[in-house]
Design a protein around this ligand. Structure first.
Ligand code: NDP
Ligand code: BG6
Length: 513
């Protein structure tokens, strides 16, 4: 089904029907929906969820009749919630300046309900409020669990209480972490499924909502020049790199019991890898895409400790400024060995990728902020330009870089003749820099994902079997690291990370990009 969206471009994913209620029309804009953000007083709600909802409203993407409820234990009036939201509307739309009217109208649709996360009574009060807004008509309800994981199941239970008696759908967005290992994840899934069907559960990985990650399938499957090269025959290695130039500031408490492998690798980077490496799906339907991702994950070798390097940042003085070490954070135990950096080599044992190292690197407090996929191709066979004209073509192989953030771009490193008399070769980029090519601002990942959840599109959400497969890969490694109490290699705040990562890459004849 292809529909034109308001921007005039083709949106091939919007659907006319959803499998869990079929109660929104093709644009989803005419029907009513209530969106309840549990944990509305928290960091994520303020930073991401409310701004994303406002951006959707501003763009005319929310259904005509929408109501937003903040729910949390903190006492707050509707007015206080509105003030809080308006103070944190740091979204891209707000930056465009002249949207005061729209903000006011949006805020009038925002309400607050205070209650406990495990109290059926409090949720039945909320239900009454929601019903008033629904006016006896369709009750399409989206709950966003922006709360710590130990209350996920309580909220799911309470939120689902009235679902079966309502005319309309109930969907629940669940934030990460989805457990700490295979067992706890399975337990969480079982707990959620006591109250919700798999179709109602929207496990969010916001990296799947990033523009360049969503573009991966388009790049591969709609360009003849890429797909034939997408295999062990032409690709030497693939690198998935996440780096942040700040530490765990403010989130040390959460981070210390998870660490970078669970925080970034097992979810964000692995999801990118699965999309990158999957076989062509038979359609763009959510189940077809997720089936292919599961196949990739199941074809992967569980990680070995020998193929992993862990690090932790230490304090560092630069330009007279002291940058704190990880354990300087008051919420982190001073003897913590939780990794804030990890590098790993992963392998997919299928016909397409046999023997190709997929190297992942993720770290906090490094020298820059970036998320990239780097695809290094094999060297050109034959001797025509080898070791001549000033370049070693065994080194200067083609490389495709998909820069997810910042400054979204796709560029291909090629060898080119330097113009002029004589013959000298040079490395150049074929460069698609989004800021130059597209004038539209790129929506925040949460905007896309919230809209998808409202429209019943599950393609960018994690299915439970995907989650199981992802944990199966990482759980043995995590257990071993913890059982052996592996001490991370220290690296200075703002550096390029531990040298061990370079040895790991060298073991597979790879140089980090
Ligand atoms: P917060 O720690 O800010 O918690 C959200 C709200 O939950 C708080 O405002 C508080 O509201 C309530 N809460 C806090 N601690 C407890 C507790 N022990 N028991 C019951 N309720 C509690 O979390 P965030 O907003 O940072 O994150 C929300 C969810 O999103 C978490 O699962 C987190 O892992 C995930 N996440 C967060 C990201 C971020 O950048 N912040 C990024 C990715 C995922 P009140 O006391 O008013 O009820
Ligand atoms: C979150 C992690 O999932 O992603 C954080 O918990 C990390 O530790 C964040 O900082 C990065 O997201 P983004 O979109 O800012 O790259």
């Amino acid at each position: 089904k292809t529909l034109n969206d308001s921007s005039g471009s083709l949106n091939i994913f919007k659907k006319e029907e959803t499998s869990d209620g079929a109660l929104i029309n093709s644009s989803g804009k005419e029907s009513a929906v209530t969106i309840t953000v549990a944990g509305a007083s928290g960091d994520l709600a303020k930073k991401k969820i409310f701004p994303a909802l406002f951006a959707l409203y501003y763009e005319g993407c929310l259904p005509k009749h929408f109501t937003i409820y903040g729910y949390a234990r903190s006492k707050m009036t509707n007015e206080q919630l509105r003030t809080m939201i308006s103070q944190t509307l740091t979204c891209r739309i707000d930056q465009s300046g002249n949207c005061g009217d729209k903000i006011e109208k949006f805020l009038q649709q925002c309400f607050y309900h205070s209650g406990q996360y495990n109290s059926e009574e409090d949720f039945s009060q909320l239900d009454k409020d929601l019903k008033e807004h629904e006016g006896g008509g369709l009750a399409n309800r989206l709950f966003y669990l922006s709360v710590p994981p130990d209350v996920f199941i309580d909220v799911a239970r309470c939120a689902s209480l009235r679902a079966s008696s309502l005319k309309g759908w109930t969907r629940v967005i669940v934030e990460k972490p989805f457990g700490r290992d295979s067992e706890s994840s399975a337990e969480l899934t079982r707990g959620l499924k006591n109250y919700l069907t798999e179709e109602q559960i929207y496990r969010i990985d916001h990296y799947l909502g990033k523009e360049l990650v969503e573009n991966l399938s388009v790049l591969r499957f709609s360009n003849l020049v890429f797909e034939p090269l997408w295999s062990r025959q032409y690709i030497r290695n693939v690198q998935l790199i996440f780096s942040e130039d700040f530490g765990t500031e403010g989130r040390g408490g959460y981070f210390d019991s998870y660490g970078i492998i669970r925080d970034i690798m097992q979810n964000h980077l692995l999801q990118i890898l699965a999309l990158f490496a999957m076989e062509p799906p038979i359609s763009l339907d959510a189940e077809d895409i997720r089936n292919e991702k599961v196949k990739v994950l199941r074809s992967m070798r569980p990680l070995h400790i020998e193929d992993v390097v862990v690090g932790q940042y230490k304090s560092h003085v630069r330009g007279g400024v002291k940058y704190p070490g990880y354990t300087d954070d008051k919420t982190v135990p001073s003897n913590s060995i939780t990794p804030t950096f990890a590098a790993a080599a992963l392998f997919i044992d299928n016909a397409r990728w046999d023997g190709v190292p997929f190297l992942m690197k993720a770290g906090k407090a490094l020298h820059n902020r970036r998320a990239e996929i780097r695809v290094q191709f094999r060297h050109v066979p034959g001797h025509l330009f080898k070791r001549s004209f000033g370049m070693d073509l065994d080194q200067a192989t083609n490389e495709l870089v998909i820069r997810v953030q910042p400054d979204e771009a796709i560029y291909l490193k090629i060898n080119n003749k330097v113009p002029g008399l004589g013959m000298r070769l040079d490395r150049s980029n074929l460069n698609l820099l989004y800021a130059d090519r597209y004038s539209r601002e790129i929506p925040d990942a949460y905007e896309r994902l919230l809209l998808d959840a409202i429209e019943g599109e599950r393609r960018l959400f994690i299915r439970s079997d995907e989650l199981d497969a992802a944990w199966s890969l990482f759980t043995p490694l995590l257990k071993e690291l913890e059982a052996r109490k592996v001490v991370p290699e220290l690296y200075p705040y703002g550096s390029r990370g531990p040298v061990g990562a370079h040895y790991l890459a060298a073991k597979y004849n790879v140089r980090w990009g």
